[in-house]
Ligand binder design. Structure first.
Ligand SMILES: O=C(O)C(=O)C[C@]1(C(=O)O)C=C[C@@H](O)C=C1
Length: 360
């Protein structure tokens, strides 16, 4: 699959003057709940009304969705509000039902994207459809697996495609429910700049009061749209209560978000930008130079360890460095998360260098 301008035709054809917005409850609960939320979202930037009909849950015994009956409610949403509809599909049976009930857009969840078998089954069931199909990132930060899933759909003749960035599971706890790993989304855009990319701040944050900031970051990184879980009574939602926002909050988010231009040709922007970029180039060169020098010192320690038969990994020394650097970093306005990530990468490279010397 190659990047082509045609990949974004379905989105361009919508002629929106704002990012694409997909909103609605995490789960369809009752007909009244679905219709009430849909009516509250009717006069907003929302183009697609979402509701989970089949809910993949981590553990059994939780609410797993209302199933097929919810598709009738989505049809009513379309008839009564004019909004298009969408839901998640996770197997061929879901696809068949969703197509039969004329759902306009289907997405594939993170737990399905991880499995090439499931992706192929869904691709085969969707073969040739002109519905829009969006693929969430797999739970693990694996760009090739994400793109591979999309490719399976493309190969099955599905041309109205896009991706949803919903963040990644990690072993380490962080302030996010699923860490965004923005770098991966940036790499995604570098490979497929014209494939519409939607952000899902609800699953990234897991908390409604963090949703706005993640939306803003996504727009700053040129995302094409947002999928935001919305419920008139989020606290009492049957699933994901902490991360849903009310329809009014969603409308406010859309007012407050600053949509920026991709670039600017005016001299008042280009001139100072070029000057600042020249400064960045100088600093980047210095960084590389310093890192090279640091590795030369690590090589010398590696030789010493080889001669004296000492282990490469020296945890006490390493933790000392990390602690000092986090403190130094914070005095220079660098976040702990960044300093740790950067020094872990440096340590890794240092170990690779010393291993080469010891085993070379
Ligand atoms: O201090 C050492 O023993 C080193 O080899 C240097 C270094 C580093 O890169 O700072 C590398 C590996 C060790 O685990 C600890 C620190």
């Amino acid at each position: 699959m190659e990047n082509t301008k045609e990949l974004r035709t379905w989105l361009d054809d919508m002629k929106l003057n704002h990012p694409l917005v997909i909103a609605g409850p995490c789960s369809a609960e009752t007909e009244e709940q679905v219709l009430k939320i849909a009516h509250e979202l009717k006069d907003s930037d929302v183009s697609y009304f979402r509701a989970g009909i089949w809910k993949p849950r981590t553990r059994p015994g939780m609410f797993e969705g209302v199933g097929e009956i919810g598709l009738h409610w989505l049809k009513k949403v379309k008839e009564e509000t004019g909004m298009k509809t969408c839901t998640e599909v996770a197997n061929a049976a879901h696809v068949k039902l969703a197509l039969e009930h004329d759902v306009d857009l289907l997405w594939i969840g993170a737990r399905s994207t991880v499995s090439p078998f499931i992706m192929q089954e869904i691709a085969d069931a969707l073969a040739g459809t002109d519905k829009i199909v969006l693929v969430k990132n797999p739970v693990n930060p694996d760009l090739a697996l994400w793109l591979g899933g999309i490719e399976r759909l493309y190969t099955a003749g599905i041309k109205n495609l896009g991706a949803i960035h919903r963040g990644f599971s990690t072993y380490e706890k962080s302030k996010y429910r699923n860490t965004p790993e923005w770098q991966l989304a940036i790499e995604f855009q570098n490979k497929f700049p014209d494939l519409p990319l939607i952000n899902d701040p609800s699953h990234i944050t897991g908390k409604r009061d963090m949703v706005f900031d993640v939306c803003q970051t996504a727009l700053d990184l040129n995302f094409d749209g947002l999928m935001i879980e919305t419920h008139y009574d989020p606290e009492n939602a049957w699933s994901d209560a902490a991360q849903q926002v009310t329809p009014d909050a969603l409308k406010q988010i859309m007012v407050d978000l600053k949509v920026k231009k991709e670039t600017e040709t005016a001299v008042s922007y280009r001139e100072p930008l070029e000057n600042l970029r020249a400064q960045i180039n100088v600093v980047d060169d210095q960084l590389i130079d310093l890192l090279g020098k640091r590795m030369q010192v690590a090589d010398k320690i590696g030789q010493l360890k080889k001669d004296q038969n000492v282990a490469v990994l020296q945890s006490r020394r390493w933790n000392e460095i990390l602690g000092n650097m986090v403190m130094e970093g914070s005095s220079k306005g660098l976040s702990e998360e960044f300093v740790l990530k950067m020094f872990k990468a440096i340590h890794q490279e240092s170990i690779v260098h010393q291993e080469k010397i010891i085993n070379g």
